[in-house]
Design a protein around this ligand. Structure first.
Ligand code: AMP
Ligand code: ZN
Length: 141
């Protein structure tokens, strides 16, 4: 008995539309698709999000996500692919088992990019870079 929805899919306790699987990861269809062919790739082993996942699970998921993306181009006629992973509620995550969205894209489609393409303030960009460099110099991530 699992409380996590995606652990239940891994355990085949609830139905899914599977696409592909590897030793560490599985791919299946998102049932609230952002675009036709929208798939999810998840590690078999539970972790809440990409911030918490072990590096071998992240590697396995991104590798399988790229395979699913190539399959979308070859099999669905997609022109490109959006890979997306949300971590924590502030980012909009709703299912707390780490996952990568694989969303087939077509030239000129209406899928919205979530930020305007505007140049940033270079002082602010450098200040944020400095804070991130400091974070790296103070700890291992
Ligand atoms: P996120 O909002 O990034 O946490 O993404 C969670 C995704 O899981 C959403 O796109 C949902 O549509 C999808 N989802 C929720 N329940 C299921 C389910 N039972 N099978 C497949 N996808 C699901
Ligand atoms: Zn889980």
């Amino acid at each position: 008995m699992y409380s996590c929805l995606f652990c239940q899919i891994v355990a085949k306790e609830i139905p899914s539309y599977p696409i592909a699987e590897t030793e560490r990861a599985i791919a299946f269809m998102d049932i609230f698709p952002a675009a036709p062919g929208h798939a999810l790739v998840i590690p078999r082993r539970h972790s809440a999000d990409a911030l918490e996942a072990a590096s071998e699970d992240l590697t396995a998921c991104m590798t399988l996500a790229a395979s699913v993306g190539r399959a979308a181009i070859a099999g669905l006629g997609a022109d490109g692919v959006t890979f997306q992973s949300l971590a924590r509620p502030a980012a909009g995550q709703t299912v707390f088992h780490s996952h990568i969205h694989v969303i087939p894209r077509h030239d000129g489609d209406q899928f919205a990019v979530p930020w305007p393409s505007m140049p940033g303030d270079v002082t602010e960009i450098e200040a944020q870079a400095e804070r991130l460099r400091n974070a790296f110099s103070n700890a291992e991530f």
